[in-house]
Ligand binder design. Structure first.
Ligand SMILES: Nc1nc2c(ncn2[C@@H]2O[C@H](COP(=O)(O)OP(=O)(O)OP(=O)(O)O)[C@@H](O)[C@H]2O)c(=O)[nH]1
Ligand SMILES: [Mg+2]
Length: 411
């Protein structure tokens, strides 16, 4: 039976090599940024990346992800430097993992299981823990088959049906499937409680902070609600949804902060975190927070839009919040600079103007850390909430007194 890697036991910084492929859809710059992100993910899981390997390919090799030559190069590096872990920037098939383990003679971690590891480390509440466990079992289920043929090969057999390997596979599969339905049952129970809680929130307007991971959502939540949500320079600092009542100029509304998104977010996680994301799905307004100091922020915006689409939360009024302007590096174009797509080549003002010109959703540029633009953010938010209320109660006066009770709660 497949055991989960016990990420919590990894006390010493384990050393690893990072591997990705550059497909025709990606530029070299992007591929490098992706490895930076993979390195950050590894670091979050207490793994130190010591080397990187990239290969330009049409598509990943179905047996070994990278081609023969590259594999040999990685193998030599791993052997010479006593590395015991290789991390791949894509989800690998069971067969690819087995082949790579054999070829490279070290542990293999793919992007999905690395993210699942981090989620498992980060999960604080019983709810988040259950969701992560469900996602991990769902990841394992289709990979059990491969383990069976692996067992068969070890026995030297030719996959004779009814052999012990197949029986073992059947038993394992049943255990995993039972576990999955048990976890789903548990989640359903919590979901019902949460739906009731959400139903109890009166008619308050609901605003959700959404965005890529590590962009500053929790920092903004803390600023606006004077609460204390855990914010840290690590990926996925937040896994649960926190809801706070915020009052601006006598107008109360609910503000929620939730798990951040990431490129290639494992679909098992999206699936099992569906209820955590209910707050986003049911929100009236989305505050899409962007880390404008990140060289790949435009890519990140696309990822967030795509994920919102996936969870059924597109088509809502979106307020774009470009955060971390204090860290934005503007390096003007020199006369010999012919780069088309270089980060920082335009000033923040130009960026703001071009953004407003090409998108029709409102936008604001702030620094949550240095508290720049926060008053304007409050003011704009107040107006948007007001518009939502007027749209909802066009004829009746709205009685705030109805909503005086404190609805502050963590989910
Ligand atoms: N330079 C700079 N750093 C910021 C700013 N806002 C937040 N940060 C930092 O960015 C890091 C991530 O902030 P969080 O608020 O945890 O980000 P998040 O979006 O909630 O992240 P996850 O919950 O991990 O998805 C922290 O180290 C913050 O101090 C800002 O305006 N400027
Ligand atoms: Mg957070």
């Amino acid at each position: 039976m497949h055991e989960f890697r016990n990420a919590k036991k990894r006390l010493l910084m384990e050393k690893a090599v990072l591997i990705n492929v550059i497909t025709p859809d990606n530029t070299e710059f992007q591929a490098n940024e992706y490895l930076d992100e993979l390195e950050f993910l590894a670091m979050t899981a207490s793994i130190e990346a010591v080397a990187r390997f990239s290969q330009r390919v049409e598509r990943p090799n179905s047996a070994t992800y990278v081609g023969k030559g590259k594999l040999q190069e990685i193998k030599e590096y791993i052997a010479n430097n006593e590395i015991h872990l290789a991390i791949f920037d894509d989800e690998l098939t069971g067969a690819q993992v087995r082949n790579l383990e054999k070829e490279l003679n070290c542990s293999i971690l793919d992007r999905t299981s690395l993210i699942l590891d981090i989620f498992a480390l980060r999960a604080q509440t019983a709810y988040a823990k259950t969701q992560v466990e469900l996602a991990r079992y769902q990841y394992i289920l289709p990979r059990l088959t491969g383990m069976w043929s692996h067992l068969e090969r070890q026995r030297g057999g030719r996959g004779t049906r009814g052999g012990s390997g197949e029986k073992q596979l059947e038993t394992d599969r049943r255990i995993v499937m039972d576990k999955i339905s048990q976890l789903k049952e548990q989640l359903k129970k919590i979901d019902r409680q949460m739906a009731t809680q959400r139903g109890n929130r009166g008619g308050l307007v609901r605003v959700s902070l959404v965005g890529y991971t590590n962009v500053g959502k929790s920092t903004i939540m803390n600023l606006l609600s004077k609460s204390n949500v855990f914010a840290e320079n690590k990926l996925f600092a937040t896994l649960d949804t926190t809801v706070r009542k915020v009052v601006i100029e006598n107008t109360p509304f609910l503000l929620s902060d939730t798990v951040g998104f990431i490129r290639k977010l494992p679909h098992q996680l999206v699936e099992s975190f569906k209820s955590t994301l209910d707050e986003v799905r049911e929100a009236d307004i989305l505050l899409h927070v962007v880390d404008v100091s990140h060289p790949n922020f435009e890519d990140q915006i696309k990822v967030v839009k795509h994920t919102l689409d996936e969870i059924g939360a597109s088509n809502k009024p979106v307020f774009m919040v470009f955060n971390k302007i204090d860290a934005y590096k503007y390096t003007p174009k020199s006369e010999f600079d012919f780069s088309e797509d270089r980060p920082g080549k335009i000033s923040l003002r130009q960026l703001e103007e071009s953004w407003v010109a090409k998108e029709n959703s409102p936008a604001i540029f702030i620094s949550a850390l240095k508290k720049i633009g926060i008053d304007k953010l409050r003011n704009d938010l107040y107006k948007m909430v007001g518009e939502t209320i007027r749209g909802r109660y066009p004829f009746t006066g709205f009685l705030w007194q109805n909503f005086d009770e404190d609805l502050t709660q963590d989910l």
